[in-house]
Design a protein around this ligand. Structure first.
Ligand code: ADP
Ligand code: ZN
Length: 528
């Protein structure tokens, strides 16, 4: 390192102590900060909560001029600026929520070199007026937050981000730092290419959270299973429980309270005062369990969350990683627990089919869900799969459910053929549509009222699947859905064949399946 650079390091450390009150840098923060202070570019891939903000805030404080932060999260700008102001940092923002007077005041402060940091929405930067403004003031660096927004196939793609490639053409001397928590290899490469950061130093933090134990269990009676988890492993611990709907948040929180757990609900439909009070209790008191929709967690930084439980399937691996990442920030052992069942797959596929937007959007949602399903159904190490998703490779971890109790797999080809041909028979009748329940009854040879009503006991497939229990059959359906060898249609979860089903029916494709683990007998009830 050149002498000027090493002279700057104590300054960065001084700012870390004096302004932010922290004793030491985390991970690669120091190297990243040095790179920018020295005038170089950086591309930073770091998981949520890793401490990305300091990577540009400190260089902006050390370097002369104002650091320009480009962020799509307009709703958070005010909070970010307030938090910085409280620390004595001179910060402002420019976005569409301000009136002309507010904007002008911020612009004046920038021109008078009275700002350390200025947050800008990407669409602002595209305007000639903003570009001229930046020319007239002094810019110390550009920080491009949520940089994965340049990636065409990402779910957060924003056309305004593509225009950010002009930054180094227009201001070639100003160092740039792009930051993201989305780190698939494809996204990484696309960010570097689109923002012209191929020559920047790349900092790729490990996404591994070794103290978090990942577990994904078959969903049976989720509230009971959760209670069991809390009572046996996390009695008196702080935790977050995620549910998909507001109704299930309310129901689950009430159930836990009834069972003597100190639980509170949190969702966007609640009265804002009650919601804030619940959040404050969770943050300040020990051992509070918050039951929430995914709206909960933005900007929440509680170090001693001992477990994160999902009662419904997250929509993507990114979401799962981000939500489970709120556990064990203090580095002490923590649990990430997810209950997952057939109904989750049916429900999520239905949500995607009914979602707004074009086909490309739906395809992208479908791909995200498929990756999440693959993580649920894997017989390999969960962590290894999770990290591979983020482009990071390693061996089995020894601290996830499949490492601790290896999952068995079995050749489910014949079972799949039996099930798919039953679906095919019923589709031929075309009189009525049937869901998983009826098909499993037929396979098992159960003469239920509905089976008799439709003469299904006369089908050649009636009773051919008596060798498997109901949970096993539901597992078969779930895995076939996850593999897209089966699909659901309509509001009642009617099972239908897909283009790929024929490969299995025709014996051209075998299907390896994860063996269902038995749920505790006491709580056995079909609902997953
Ligand atoms: P990210 O943007 O990567 O999600 P943040 O920048 O919001 O993460 O940082 C997450 C939390 O970690 C914040 O509360 C931040 O103040 C804290 N933090 C960051 N760097 C350090 C550090 N070196 N020492 C202690 N706490 C830190
Ligand atoms: Zn493992």
């Amino acid at each position: 390192a050149s002498p000027e650079i090493s002279d700057e390091v104590p300054e960065a450390l001084r700012v870390l102590h004096r302004v932010f009150g922290y004793s030491s840098f985390r991970g690669e923060q120091q190297e990243i900060i040095e790179q920018l202070i020295g005038g170089g570019d950086a591309l930073v891939l770091m998981p949520t909560g890793g401490g990305k903000s300091l990577c540009y805030q400190i260089p902006a404080l050390v370097r002369e001029g104002t650091g320009i932060v480009i962020s799509p999260l307009i709703a958070l700008m005010q909070d970010q600026v307030d938090a910085l102001t409280a620390l004595g940092v001179r910060a402002g923002f420019l976005n569409s929520t301000q009136d002309p007077y507010e904007r002008q005041a911020v612009e004046q402060a920038f021109l008078a070199d009275e700002l350390d940091l200025l947050y800008l929405a990407p669409e602002r930067l595209r305007t000639e007026g903003t570009q001229r403004l930046l020319d007239r003031g002094k810019v110390s660096l550009f920080a491009i937050d949520e940089a994965h927004c340049v990636a065409q196939w990402g779910h957060d793609f924003r056309p305004d981000y593509l225009a950010l490639s002009m930054l180094h053409e227009r201001w070639p001397k100003v160092p740039r730092i792009a930051l993201t928590a989305t780190a698939t290899e494809a996204t990484h490469a696309e960010i570097a290419k689109r923002l012209g950061l191929e020559d920047a130093r790349h900092f790729v933090a490990s996404f591994d959270r070794p103290n978090i134990q990942y577990r994904i269990v078959p969903k049976d009676n989720p509230a009971r299973q959760l209670l069991e988890l809390i009572r046996t492993e996390h009695d008196g611990d702080a935790g977050v429980v995620y549910c998909l709907s507001r109704a299930s948040v309310e129901k689950t929180a009430a159930f836990l309270v009834e069972q003597g757990i100190d639980a509170v609900p949190y969702h966007a439909g609640m009265d804002s005062r009650a919601r804030a009070a619940n959040q404050a209790r969770f943050l300040r008191e020990d051992g509070v369990v918050v039951v929430a929709t995914i709206a909960f967690g933005m900007g929440i930084d509680k170090p001693d969350v001992r477990f994160v439980a999902h009662l419904d399937l997250p929509k993507s691996v990114e979401g799962y990683y981000q939500e489970t990442g709120r556990a064990g920030r203090d580095g002490e052992p923590a649990t990430a627990w997810l209950a997952y069942g057939l109904q989750d797959v049916v429900q999520q596929r239905k949500l995607i089919d009914g979602s707004e937007g074009d086909d490309a959007h739906r395809r992208s949602l479908g791909m995200h869900l498929d990756a999440m399903l693959a993580l649920c159904e894997t017989v390999d190490c969960r962590r290894q799969r999770l990290l591979e998703y983020f482009g990071q490779h390693g061996g089995p971890c020894g601290n996830c459910d499949t490492c601790l109790t290896p999952a068995e797999s079995w050749d489910g080809t014949v079972a799949a053929q039996k099930l798919l041909s039953t679906v095919w028979r019923l589709a031929k009748e075309r009189r009525q549509k049937f869901g998983a329940g009826q098909i499993i009854d037929i396979l098992q040879g159960k003469k239920t009222a509905k089976v008799i009503q439709f003469d299904h006991d006369g089908l050649s497939v009636f009773g051919v699947g008596a060798d498997l229990g109901t949970a096993e059959w539901r597992g078969v359906v779930r895995q076939l859905l996850a593999l897209r060898l089966l699909a659901v249609e309509g509001d009642y979860g009617t099972l239908v064949l897909t283009d790929a089903s024929g490969e299995v029916l025709g014996g051209r494709r075998t299907v390896q399946m994860r063996k269902e683990k038995k749920a505790p007998a006491a709580s056995r009830k079909e609902s997953g």
